[in-house]
Ligand binder design. Structure first.
Ligand SMILES: Cc1ncc(COP(=O)(O)O)c(C=O)c1O
Length: 386
């Protein structure tokens, strides 16, 4: 039976930070695949099985979405093919093993299976892949098989909607604490876990049912700073420009981020709904590098006993900064964040951090500008004046 994930007050973290802020988190780490991604995967595998679809194909960066979909497909008896970015395939082999344990076929992307992959490998045999390349491979695969469909791990409204189970549960669980958040924080790759936790609170505000004016804060990776350094323009979800165009904050679909241990945030574009709210100033955004994130994750693990996924660590860093601000200003704020995944399969990243071998790996501003110029040049009539 599916039970609500816990809402936890991080009292030891509050004590260590010596902050008047009250810090709460939704703990999504207990799902079979270890993250929030199962919420969307189970729904898509269920509806696909009802439609008679025989195979779901997808792209994954860190492997969290790929493993979640493999798990969900195994429940509903559907075949599963996962194109996993080569950098993560090599650095996180256990996620591939987990997906295979649930019966999925996992290919390192770019792969030789598709024309897209072969073309990229011909130009760069060592390509580490990107989310956009893996997406293009998944789309090409599906276009050649009538019994298969593309499964989507983030960005689209129907994915974000299934994730709102997180925020809806939090709203009910908060009644037991007699508290209500002033600030909701989440990390952002494509935008699904953050939207999942903040949408219900935003919805309550729009419907004038919220007892507070809640603030929303998105934490992204400085290796792919689409919200803080990207542009709000029309772009594709994949590097081969096969997907429809979405108006979103993007770093450019051709942007190749530096390698980081936070594969789930290594995504060039973010959900159109989230992008709109950022553009309107309703959601604020901050970017952190992986060193800052792993440091925050270590503090959290030592206080709360849970080893966070590197993605979630970006949200934790934002929470720690906000809690310190509360201390400096003497303000008691209730902060809620989403602990969207555990880091037990990200141990290689932690090892590199503890050994002092990790570097920040921020985005190169010139590469960012060139990827954005490319998108704007391709769709001048859409992107002019934006
Ligand atoms: C644990 C975890 N958190 C966050 C993300 C980022 O995705 P989203 O912004 O859609 O939640 C991912 C993506 O793979 C992930 O695996």
């Amino acid at each position: 039976m599916w039970r609500p994930t816990p809402l936890v007050r991080a009292k030891r973290l509050e004590r260590v930070l010596n902050t008047p802020a009250k810090i709460y988190y939704k703990n999504e780490t207990g799902s079979p695949s270890g993250s929030h991604k199962a919420n969307a995967a189970v729904a898509q595998a269920y509806f696909s099985s009802k439609q008679g679809i025989q195979r779901l194909v997808t792209n994954t960066t860190a492997g969290q979405w790929g493993t979640a979909l493999a798990f969900a497909c195994s429940i509903f008896g559907i075949k599963c093919t996962v194109y996993m970015s080569r950098t993560s395939y090599d650095s996180k082999p256990y996620r591939k093993d987990l997906a295979e344990a649930w019966g999925a076929e996992v290919l390192a992307s770019p792969s030789k299976r598709t024309a897209v992959g072969r073309e990229i490998l011909a130009k760069d045999p060592d390509s580490g892949g990107t989310m956009g390349i893996a997406k293009a491979e998944a789309l090409e695969d599906v276009l050649g098989d009538e019994s298969a469909r593309d499964a989507v791990g983030s960005v689209m409204n129907f994915v974000l909607a299934t994730q709102t189970v997180i925020g809806q549960e939090a709203q009910v669980q908060f009644e037991g604490y007699d508290d209500y958040p002033d600030l909701v924080v989440g990390c952002v790759g494509g935008g699904s876990n953050f939207s999942g936790i903040f949408w219900p609170y935003y919805y309550s505000m729009v419907n004038k049912k919220s007892p507070k004016n809640v603030e929303f804060l998105a934490a992204e990776s400085s290796a792919v700073p689409k919200l803080t350094m990207g542009e709000y323009i029309y772009d594709h979800a994949d590097s081969m420009k096969l997907s429809p165009l979405f108006k979103m904050y993007t770093a450019g679909s051709g942007f190749v981020p530096p390698p980081i241990h936070t594969g789930g945030l290594r995504v060039h574009g973010t959900a159109p709904t989230l992008s709109l709210l950022v553009d309107e100033g309703i959601v604020k955004a901050v970017a952190y590098d992986q060193l800052e994130a792993f440091e925050a994750a270590t503090t959290f693990a030592r206080c709360e006993g849970v080893l966070p996924a590197p993605e979630s660590a970006h949200a934790i860093k934002a929470v720690i900064d906000e809690a310190r601000k509360c201390k400096a200003e003497g303000k008691e704020k209730v902060i809620l964040f989403n602990l969207c995944g555990h880091g037990l399969l990200d141990i290689e990243g932690y090892r590199e951090f503890f050994d002092g071998k990790m570097s920040a790996n921020n985005a190169d501003p010139r590469a960012l500008k060139s990827a954005l110029d490319d998108v704007k040049g391709s769709y001048q009539w859409l992107n002019k004046g934006d």
